[in-house]
Design a protein around this ligand. Structure first.
Ligand code: DAH
Length: 341
């Protein structure tokens, strides 16, 4: 009888079922009413009294182990129910892709615009977002009473009227002219700040790209040709431009540049308000006062400058109707630009 108990105990320890049905079958065979354990109990009744103590303990141990083992195996199987057998699971199941980030559409457009001008020999220049009055206004020939200097448009820092958040990237022009000698060809991307109500077409934080070209004998015709090249590269070969007279304190003469509407091809639609034209940037010949303020001889050198909004250019290029989308970081919007990497 001892042999039989030991054999069954070894069997209990070695039992490695694969299914719940195998466990149940095992339980019935050992612990069931007509099972091996009950058969042993019957046999136990006729065991000599002096053997009863030892065999009784062995039998109890076998019974307890068998019950423990059945419960253990059942809960193991349930825990791994979702996972196929084997420590690595099902090796044929499809892998989980690592989600990849992508560039923000404004970065894509900024890089593309800078890239086009870099191919024309411009280099990228940057400047601080927190500026002083001189770099943002005075050096750029803004008269003291100009409305842009007003609290309504400009964010001042700590009530100090001299320190402010730049309202345009033209302040970078000033820094470049102060620190470099002509010939100068720079393209200056950056974030700018204006105290404006947020709407589908305006934000208090947005991005601009400024360009500046200074050398001897630079003409308005040079500017027009450079900007036409840019527009054709960025919006497509068929795009036309027109220059309208305008006013900026830092350029003379100044112009506003329009491109033919790339949605209706110039026929007139909602986006171009039925004019066939879209305004995309301000430009002009650098005012001699600005050259002089920055230490450049205006008798010897001339140049042109231009400035455009990155959000606006991106909206026109991708047909985005609401500027706020660029700042909300909704991945459903951002993922549409994944392929533009
Ligand atoms: N700074 C102007 C603005 O914020 C844009 C601009 C216009 C820049 C004409 C220029 C320029 O360099 O020549 O509206």
């Amino acid at each position: 009888m001892t042999d039989k108990i030991e054999r069954l105990l070894a069997e209990v320890e070695a039992f490695a079922p694969r299914t719940a049905a195998e466990i149940e079958e095992f339980r019935v065979r050992l612990l069931g009413r007509k099972g091996e354990l009950n058969a042993l109990m019957d046999e136990f009744k006729s065991v000599a009294p002096e053997m009863k103590r030892e065999l009784g303990q062995k039998l109890n141990h076998l019974k307890n182990r068998a019950m423990e083992r059945v419960n253990e195996l059942k809960s193991d199987l349930e825990a791994h129910a979702a996972e196929p057998a084997g420590s690595l699971g099902d090796l044929t199941r499809p892998g989980t892709a690592q989600p990849l980030g992508s560039r923000h559409p404004l970065s894509l457009v900024r890089n593309e615009i800078c890239g086009i001008f870099e191919r024309l020999g411009y280099v990228v220049a940057e400047g601080p977002e927190i500026e002083d009055d001189w770099h943002v206004f005075s050096a750029l020939n803004f008269p003291p009473e100009h409305p842009a200097r007003d609290m309504q448009d400009t964010f001042f820092i700590e009530k100090d009227p001299d320190i402010l958040l730049r309202t345009h990237t033209s302040s970078i022009q000033v820094r470049v002219m102060q620190s470099q000698k002509p010939p100068i060809r720079v393209i200056c991307p950056g974030r700018v700040f204006r105290n404006e109500a947020i709407s589908y077409r305006a934000h208090c934080i947005f991005h601009q790209i400024e360009g500046l070209y200074i050398d001897e004998n630079v003409s308005f015709a040079d500017m027009k040709q450079s900007l036409l090249y840019f527009v054709r590269e960025f919006f497509g070969e068929q795009t036309r431009i027109r220059l309208r007279p305008s006013y900026f304190p830092f350029t003379e003469p100044s112009a506003e540049m329009d491109i033919s509407c790339n949605l209706c091809g110039g026929k007139g639609c909602n986006v171009c308000k039925h004019t066939g034209w879209l305004e995309i940037m301000g430009c002009g010949m650098v005012d001699p006062n600005v050259l002089e303020a920055c230490g450049i001889d205006s008798k010897k050198y001339s140049g042109f400058a231009f400035g455009m909004g990155v959000e606006r250019s991106a909206m026109l290029k991708y047909g985005v109707k609401d500027l706020r989308l660029y700042f909300e970081n909704d991945v459903r919007f951002l993922h549409q630009f994944d392929t533009a990497l």
